[in-house]
Design a protein. Structure first.
Lengths: 164, 200
């Protein structure tokens, strides 16, 4: 190491504040925070439908692996939506979004594109969003296992061997 | 290591000034509800980097929560800028980075931008609170060098990896080297180290 490295301990203002008198018990704070998230549920359900519609349009518009603008837009939309379904109690939908974001990132990193794999994920998005029975533990598990198999196909196969 | 806080323990977040930077208004809303539930009242909400940089010059923040999701890398760029900005005390403020998904080519950027913690989404209130309390308790050292400015990233001392040389003066390898002198006799050890009963 050639440059100068300086260590110091800055004032811990946050530490002083949270130790000051008053405030809430952790248990109550977590309950209040969960209640606040629950209050967003109605708005978020309609937002998720809009996100799905946008994702389908963006996906259909991607011209191929070279379309960086198109793949970035779809990746940006999907990754930014992660966490929203869990706020509505739909954790399986969040797992699907993570799987889809992983897949698009993998495609972008290796310069490949498979429209069918994306469409399968978006169909699962629609099913998990609109069908309560699909969201139950067994139904969701089966869907997520299927999506995992689709993603695995691309991870195991060298990019050059995949026909796009 | 982060430990779950005692559920009965109290903390006071009422007077903390918090900045939130997230390009997605939906996840900004989730975070806002979480922090409001914790008792926070003073928020500055930003959905773009220009506003966040402007606010840094105006208000002293006790906590900054930044989202680093997606291809724009707005979150990590902002944290890197903040740490090198020299705007005190905000440049030393605790920063939590949240991320729904970190692209493969952005992992190192997220690690090296100078945040205290990265939390993966979906966020749960307990996880967010654990991280905030942990940051508030630890008062981590700050490191400034040509290549990195931010809290010390070494949480635990596990020694320098075998194949590398230490970068710090006090770095020692965990590999055991050849003894420089003869070993102590067992009798000498027993004379010096007397076993004692420990109260249970």
């Amino acid at each position: 190491m050639t440059g100068v490295v300086r260590f110091h301990v800055p004032e811990n203002r946050l530490g002083k504040l949270i130790r000051s008198a008053g405030g809430k018990a952790v248990e109550q704070a977590v309950k209040d925070a969960s209640k606040g998230i629950d209050s967003l549920r109605g708005d978020f359900l309609s937002e998720l439908s809009e996100i799905l519609a946008k994702a389908e349009v963006l996906s259909a518009a991607v011209k191929g692996a070279d379309d960086q603008g198109g793949t970035d837009a779809l990746y940006g939309l999907i990754s930014a939506s992660i966490g929203v379904p869990s706020a509505c109690g739909m954790t399986s939908l969040d797992e699907m979004l993570v799987s889809l974001a992983d897949l698009i990132d993998h495609f972008k990193t290796h310069g490949i594109w498979d429209h069918q794999a994306i469409t399968i994920h978006l169909s699962a998005f629609r099913l998990l969003l609109n069908s309560e029975s699909a969201r139950d533990s067994e139904g969701a598990k089966a869907i997520l296992v299927g999506l995992h198999k689709v993603s695995e196909r691309f991870r195991r196969t060298p990019p050059a061997a995949i026909s796009t | 290591m982060v430990r779950s806080p005692d559920l009965k323990a109290k903390f006071n977040f009422e007077h903390a000034s918090v900045m939130l930077l997230d390009e997605n208004p939906l996840s900004l809303n989730i975070l806002l509800q979480v922090l409001t539930g914790f008792g926070a009242k003073h928020f500055t909400r930003c959905t773009d980097i220009a506003k966040a940089e402007d606010e840094i010059t105006k208000t002293h923040f006790d906590l900054i929560i930044v989202d680093a999701t997606g291809p724009s890398t707005t979150g990590t760029k902002f944290v890197s800028w903040l740490r090198r900005s020299g705007i005190e005390p905000n440049c030393y403020a605790p920063v939590l980075l949240t991320s729904g998904h970190t692209a493969q080519n952005s992992v190192l950027e997220a690690r090296d931008c100078g945040a205290h913690f990265i939390i993966a989404k979906p966020l749960t209130p307990l996880i967010v609170l654990e991280r905030i309390i942990w940051i508030a308790k630890e008062g981590r050292k700050f490191l400034e060098s040509d290549t990195y400015v931010g809290p010390d990233r070494r949480f635990k001392n596990v020694g320098v990896p075998k194949e590398l040389e230490g970068r710090r003066r006090d770095d020692t390898s965990i590999a055991v080297e050849e003894a420089e002198a003869t070993s102590m006799e067992q009798g000498v050890i027993e004379t010096n180290v007397q076993a004692q009963k420990v109260a249970q």
